[in-house]
Design a protein around this ligand. Structure first.
Ligand SMILES: Cc1ncc(COP(=O)(O)O)c(C=O)c1O
Length: 377
């Protein structure tokens, strides 16, 4: 987003401000679909659940990965407007409930929708069979998350060696297992994670077939990296490898889906904040902003991300520390930022801040989340 427009929006709406560019959302979605033609994109709503973002992806033809009843309802509200005969046939095409652990109340609320849900353990099968027997199941496999910015494998995923037993157990509990899913870890820049995961999945497909279970669906999860800097491999390169591996290992026409979050939203959002304080500590210049890690910069804590700050003005830069507005020292945006000398009241901005950022904003210390404005909707 060009700096002039950002400044105008900040003047119009005040700061802290989060600007969502829907043109970039649409471009990211199109790029995903064009470069991975066999893969339907189920946008992972958790990355940014702003209903306007969900609407734009919905209009573009996306499906959705939801992780809670609240997320499910954001998406389902859109399906409700379809003619009744289309609704039920449509739900698996449009929504996967991809949280392997679901509370009993959630299962009870989901059951009437005949949902597609993931699982990775025996206890969950018993719960689903009892409280959501009309579900279709997708078994989540444990796969390598090596080098990914956010690893997910310590929390979820069935060992490939027990996968077919878990499929058989679901079958014995009168549940149908539609296929497999995995997640290679978020912001996965190690492409081998994907190729190893696909190999594990095809082995489980073969073993399942040999034991009488025909799997029809493969969900390759999220992890597609946002281009935060030039060390990140291009999406084109990742897509080329994935297409070739998918065609080699899964030549038959099975349903292939993915749950991209970060890749679709990160680059569409820019945050603008104001300098509300300035000091020198231990010889280092420190700036205090009206946005911080308890609000838009929450990804620094929860997402292990580092967002850099840019000034709207040119000039020689110097190293400085930048903090958020709360009284907590954890509220540190960066200790080695490079900015020109800034005055009180001036504005700074951070790009690529659309994923796992506003999504986990809080009201800590009474500072509310930044205002969100949408452009090119
Ligand atoms: C089950 C599941 N699917 C998809 C995603 C989205 O991942 P990403 O934003 O890396 O694409 C996540 C992220 O945590 C997840 O847990």
């Amino acid at each position: 987003m060009d700096p002039k427009t950002l400044l105008q929006l900040a003047e119009q709406h005040g700061t802290p401000l989060v600007v969502v560019d829907h043109k970039v959302l649409r471009e990211n979605y199109q790029q995903f679909r064009t470069l991975l033609p066999r893969v339907q994109a189920y946008y992972a709503v958790k990355a940014n659940s702003d209903p306007a973002i969900v609407q734009t992806f919905y209009d573009a033809g996306a499906s959705f990965d939801v992780a809670s009843m609240a997320e499910f309802l954001i998406v389902h509200e859109k399906i409700e407007h379809l003619p009744p005969e289309q609704r039920q046939a449509f739900i698996w095409d449009r929504i996967i409930y991809a949280n392997p652990i679901k509370a009993i109340e959630t299962l009870q609320r989901l059951d009437p929708y005949k949902p597609l849900v993931t699982y990775d353990n025996y206890e969950e099968v018993i719960k689903i069979a009892r409280h959501a027997p009309h579900s279709g199941l997708v078994l989540r496999l444990l796969v390598p998350n090596t080098g990914s910015m956010v690893e997910l494998s310590s929390k979820f995923g069935a060992m490939p060696g027990e996968a077919v037993d878990l499929i058989s157990f679901a079958h014995n509990n009168k549940l149908e297992v539609e296929g497999l899913s995995f997640h290679v870890g978020s912001q996965c820049t190690n492409l081998k994670n994907y190729s190893q995961a696909l190999q594990l999945a095809v082995d489980v497909f073969a073993e399942a077939r040999a034991r009488g279970f025909d799997l029809k669906l493969l969900d390759i999860g999220g992890g597609f990296p946002a281009h935060y800097d030039d060390t990140v491999p291009s999406f084109k390169k990742l897509a080329k490898m994935l297409n070739s591996e998918l065609d080699r290992l899964f030549p038959e026409p099975i349903e292939i889906l993915a749950e991209p979050g970060r890749f679709l939203v990160a680059s569409a959002v820019t945050a603008v904040a104001q300098i509300i304080g300035k000091s020198v500590r231990g010889g280092k210049l420190c700036y205090y902003l009206n946005d911080g890690v308890y609000q838009t910069y929450s990804g620094q804590i929860f997402d292990h991300a580092q967002y850099h700050l840019n000034s709207f003005k040119d000039g020689p830069t110097q190293f400085c520390a930048v903090f958020g507005p709360t009284c907590d020292a954890l509220d540190t945006i960066g200790l080695v930022e490079q900015l020109p000398v800034m005055d009180m009241g001036e504005l700074v901005y951070s790009e690529n801040i659309g994923a796992y950022s506003s999504a986990s904003s809080t009201y800590f210390n009474g500072f509310p989340p930044a205002k969100v404005v949408h452009v090119n909707q």
